[in-house]
Design a protein around this ligand. Structure first.
Ligand code: ZN
Length: 84
């Protein structure tokens, strides 16, 4: 397990961009693009999604799974409460 659990994550908002959001592990930074969202709830979901990327990276999980597996894991997390 990674020992950098205290690394802070920042979330920067941009107006325009090609994606909804992206996480940069090198700088512990998330970028979230406002115009690619329809509601505040949608925006919050993307911010949570990107911060979970940060958490998985700092836990060392990202090194053990591929990008598709990581996206699917975060998707399941987002819907977990509704599935109960
Ligand atoms: Zn993602």
């Amino acid at each position: 397990m990674a020992n950098n659990m205290t690394d802070m994550c920042t979330v920067d908002l941009r107006i325009f961009g090609e994606n909804r959001g992206i996480y940069y592990d090198e700088t512990n930074r998330c970028l979230v693009y406002l115009t690619n969202h329809e509601t505040l709830s949608d925006l919050m979901s993307t911010m949570t999604h990107e911060v979970i990327h940060h958490c998985l990276a700092k836990l060392g999980v990202s090194d053990e799974i591929d990008e598709d597996m990581e996206e699917k894991m975060i998707f399941f997390m987002a819907w977990a409460e509704d599935s109960l």
